[in-house]
Design a binder for this molecule. Sequence first.
Ligand code: PPS
Length: 301
Amino acid sequence: MADAPVPKNQTPDYKLFSFQDFNLISGIHLSDEVEQIKNWAIRDSDVFLLTYPKSGTTWLKQILTMIEAKGDITATSNQMVLETIPWIEVLHDKEKFTTAASPRIRSSHLPYKLLPRDLTKKRGKVIYVARNPKDVLVSYFHFHNCAVMLETPKDFNDFFEKFMQGKVFASNWFEHIKSWYLHRHEMDHLYVTYEEMIQDLRAVVERICCFLGKDLSSSEMDNVVMHSTFENMSNNSSVNYKRLPETLLNHQKGAFMRKGTVGNWKKHFTVAQSERFDLMFQEEMKNVPLSFVWDIKDLSV
Ligand code: PPS
């Protein structure tokens, strides 16, 4: 079986496997568990952070953690963000989820169809973070070079093809964003982009506070923003993933907090790749009223 549990002390044989047309990773995910997630009972106070990989998940995790702590970094400094806001689809999260105190803040890369159905009864809150997919692709390429559970690409071109075909963990970017965006009215839903956060982090933090009903003072808000900048997160071992063991992340091959900007794709894509991507974007997104910022020059930062 592609996703059988791995005995303790044995390195898992990480491989992509498809579950209901969505790619997961054996050794990290179990289809039986993922299948059960849609039946999980949701509390009104639950918050779900949904993303396609490399869209700003960790950034939002830090913002949400800091909002909960009212900007007090000492409240969180011993815990890795992975523990503060766990992934629901990763092995054996169910029991922890059921017994956790409110508010339960969780993250997921799963598509709409696999998330708890209670969310569509407007129980709990959903925050979806999106990033321009060319930068997602580049960030994901670099992450494949250092993340042990992901297959190392031969080169950028090899990864570009895999991404375009959705042959990566979390499958096709277009399907993912559409699944969440087109169903947003069924949920208590907030849509945020990575580029908005680059443009004006404080404004996005204020929107998130408003959505969550959190009333922070101006100086608490200042602290949330300060501890969520790229520079401060890069130096914060609770969020920069430098504490992850080499069995998960090869730190010699790259840093998780890598560039943190808009438009880095221009240093990787050929003109032909960019044109091909644009065509696919136009076709896939023709009925979706979303636009993206592709270049830092188009932001006033
Ligand atoms: S993952 O593996 O899916 O959880 O990755 P994710 O956290 O979604 O995305 C990682 C990228 O987000 C960048 N990042 C930030 N950019 C700007 N400011 C802040 N504060 C910040 N925090 C994380 C991180 O650097 C990765 O992007 P790239 O382009 O690789 O630098």
